[in-house]
Design a protein around this ligand. Structure first.
Ligand SMILES: NC(=O)c1ccc[n+]([C@@H]2O[C@H](COP(=O)([O-])OP(=O)(O)OC[C@H]3O[C@@H](n4cnc5c(N)ncnc54)[C@H](O)[C@@H]3O)[C@@H](O)[C@H]2O)c1
Ligand SMILES: O=C(O)C(=O)C[C@@H](O)[C@H](O)[C@H](O)COP(=O)(O)O
Ligand SMILES: [Zn+2]
Length: 368
C-alpha cells in the first residue's frame, strides 16, 4: 500500500493506493462509519464495483444505502444536486457522517459539492474509479456543478476525509475514458516535471494498454504532485494551484462549445487545450517550437486531440474567447493564462491579450 498525505493547515487526509483495495475498503471505512450506515453515491456503469464495495462494508458490519445516478457530465447539474441532496436528507445523513463517492470525476465533484452544503457541511470519502479521478479529481477538494454559463461555475472547496484508490477497478474502464484520464497525467509533466513528461513518452502507450506497473507508478506520482501543490495553495489564491489548470481555459471553452456532451470528454478538452497553450506560447516566442511539437506529437501518438481539428471543434476564436470570460481565474476583468516557457516550465501569464488568443484560435481552425 502506498499512502500519500495531503497536508493541509486545517485538516489533512490520506490518499491510500493499492491493488485490491476496494474489496478491503470496509476495514478502512469502519472507523469513519462509527457503527452507522453509509450512503454510497455512484453511477449506473459501476454496478460490479458497487457490489464489491457493499460486500466489503457488509463484512465489516457496516450497512450501506446505494444512490445510483445516471452517468455522464450532465449529472453535474442543479437537477442532480437537488435530487442527491433530497435523497441524502431522506437517509438522515448527519454532519459527522461520511458519504462515499464511488465513481469518476462527475460523481466525485457532485457528491463533494452536495456534502459541502448538506446541513452546511458533512463528510465524504472519495473512491475514484476512472483514471482521471484517480490521478486528479479525487484529491484537492475542488467540487462543483456546471451551469448554462459554463464549467464548474457553482461549487465549493470541500476536502474529502479519505481517498481510497484501487487501480484494478480501471480494468473495466472503456479505452476512450482511459485516454482522457491520461491527459491529466501528462499535465503534471508539462507543468513542472520534464523528466515525468519523458517518462510519459516512454510509458504512456503501455499505461493506456493496461500495464499495471505503469498505472501504479503514474497514479502515485500524479497524486503526490497534486498533494504538494494543494498543500501549498489549497484555495488557489497564490497562483501555485492555478498551474493545475494548464490547458483548462482552452479546454473548458471547447467543452462549453460542445455542450458538455460525449462529443468531447473533459480529458480530451484538456489535451487539446494543453497543445493549444504550448502552440500559443511557441507562436509568441515564449516556448521553443520544438517543445510545442513534442507535446502535440505525444498527445497524437496516444490518440488524444492535439488541437482544434482533432477535438472536432470548429468555432470562431472570438466565440471561444467569450466562453473564457466565465473562467474562475478572471480577476479585475483580465484573464491570467497558463502558458509555458518549455516542457516542465508552465507559468501564469497576466499579460495575455484575448484578441491575440482569438486570432491564434482562428489560425488553428480546420473547417469541418
Ligand atoms: N475536482 C477536480 O479537481 C477535478 C479534476 C479533474 C476533472 N474534474 C472533473 O471530472 C469530470 C470528469 O471525470 P471523469 O473523466 O472521471 O468522468 P466520469 O465521471 O463521467 O467518468 C467517465 C465515464 O466512465 C465511467 N466509469 C468510471 N469508472 C469506471 C470503471 N471503473 N469502469 C467502467 N466505467 C467507469 C463513468 O460511468 C462515465 O461514464 C469532469 O466533470 C471534470 O470537470 C474535476
Ligand atoms: O485541482 C485543481 O486545481 C485543478 O485545476 C484540476 C483540474 O484538472 C480540474 O479540471 C478542475 O476542476 C478545474 O478547475 P476549475 O477551477 O477551472 O473549475
Ligand atoms: Zn481537469
Amino acid at each position: 500500500m502506498t499512502t500519500i498525505k495531503v497536508a493541509l493547515a486545517e485538516r489533512g487526509y490520506d490518499v491510500r493506493i493499492a491493488a485490491g483495495l476496494l474489496a478491503r475498503a470496509g476495514e478502512a471505512l469502519a472507523p469513519l462509519a462509527r457503527g452507522r450506515a453509509m450512503a454510497i453515491v455512484t453511477d449506473e456503469n459501476l454496478a460490479p464495483h458497487l457490489a464489491t464495495l457493499r460486500a466489503s462494508l457488509d463484512a465489516a458490519g457496516i450497512a450501506s444505502h446505494p444512490i445510483i445516478l445516471p452517468p455522464g457530465e450532465g449529472t453535474k447539474s442543479w437537477a442532480m444536486l437537488a435530487e442527491l441532496t433530497d435523497r441524502l436528507l431522506a437517509l438522515g445523513i448527519e454532519r459527522s457522517d461520511h458519504v462515499i463517492a464511488l465513481g469518476g470525476g462527475v460523481i466525485g465533484d457532485l457528491v463533494g459539492f452536495a456534502c459541502a452544503i448538506l446541513k452546511r457541511g458533512c463528510q465524504f470519502v472519495q473512491i475514484p474509479t476512472s483514471l482521471l479521478a484517480q490521478v486528479d479529481s479525487s484529491v484537492g477538494g475542488k467540487t462543483a456543478i456546471n451551469t448554462s454559463a459554463g464549467k464548474n461555475l457553482v461549487g465549493a472547496f470541500h476536502q474529502p476525509a479519505l481517498v481510497l484508490i484501487d487501480p484494478t477497478v480501471l480494468d473495466t474502464l472503456p479505452p476512450r475514458q482511459v485516454r482522457a484520464g491520461y491527459a491529466e497525467i501528462v499535465k503534471y509533466g508539462l507543468i513542472d516535471d520534464a523528466d515525468f513528461f519523458a517518462w510519459c513518452e516512454a510509458n504512456g502507450a503501455a499505461l493506456i494498454a493496461g500495464d499495471p506497473a505503469a498505472r501504479l507508478h503514474a497514479i502515485a506520482h500524479a497524486v503526490a504532485a497534486k498533494a504538494r501543490i494543494v498543500a501549498e495553495d489549497e484555495r488557489e489564491t497564490t497562483g501555485k494551484r492555478a498551474l493545475l489548470n494548464l490547458g483548462h481555459t482552452f479546454g473548458h471553452a471547447l467543452e462549453a462549445e460542445t455542450g458538455f456532451s460525449d462529443r468531447l470528454l473533459h480529458g480530451e478538452g484538456v489535451a487539446a487545450g494543453m497543445a493549444l497553450a504550448f502552440g500559443f506560447s511557441a507562436a509568441h516566442g515564449i516556448a521553443p517550437q520544438a517543445d510545442a511539437d513534442r507535446v502535440a506529437a505525444h498527445l497524437r501518438t496516444v490518440g488524444l486531440p492535439d488541437g482544434l481539428g482533432s477535438a472536432q471543434v470548429d468555432a470562431d476564436g472570438a466565440r471561444l474567447v467569450d466562453h473564457m470570460a466565465h473562467d474562475k481565474k478572471m480577476a479585475g476583468g483580465t484573464l491570467p493564462f497558463l502558458l509555458a516557457r518549455g516542457i516542465g516550465r508552465t507559468y501564469l501569464d497576466r499579460n495575455v491579450d484575448l484578441t491575440d488568443v482569438a486570432a491564434f484560435l482562428n489560425a488553428q481552425r480546420v473547417p469541418a
